[in-house]
Design a protein. Sequence first.
Length: 159
Amino acid sequence: MIKIGDAIPPMKLTAATADGPKEVSTDEVFAGKKIVLFAVPGAFTPTCSMRHLPGYLQSMDALRAKGVDSVACIAVNDVFVMGAWAKEQDVDGRVIMLADGSGAFTKALGLELDLTARGLGVRSQRYVMVADDGRVTHLAVEPPGGFEVSTAESVLAHL
């Protein structure tokens, strides 16, 4: 599993933007910036939709006041699902919505979660990471079913 001090692996992801899907590299997202990346097991799932993403949307000003340049959300979903979720949640560009459709980035981080027994396939664990210029400075991974250490409030307390 990725750890504090490690570099974000160089990979391609797809961002859901107002203009449609856009391929982005991890360098584009992380290089030269302080980024909060939070991962959800799936778009439109109850905790993710009712608490996780909304918490970050509500905390954007406080995160920026702590020196965060951008907040990104990632899920092992396709970019069209991430785009629809962003629209439903009224993200309006405030959070970078990243699709890890095949789970390659999640696997490279060692943060995959096998939910095949529940009919969901291999997803991402719920976590939050702070990266400064592409290096991990904070990582908090939730236990299965948990929702405490990856909240916007928790990362704000860390910053």
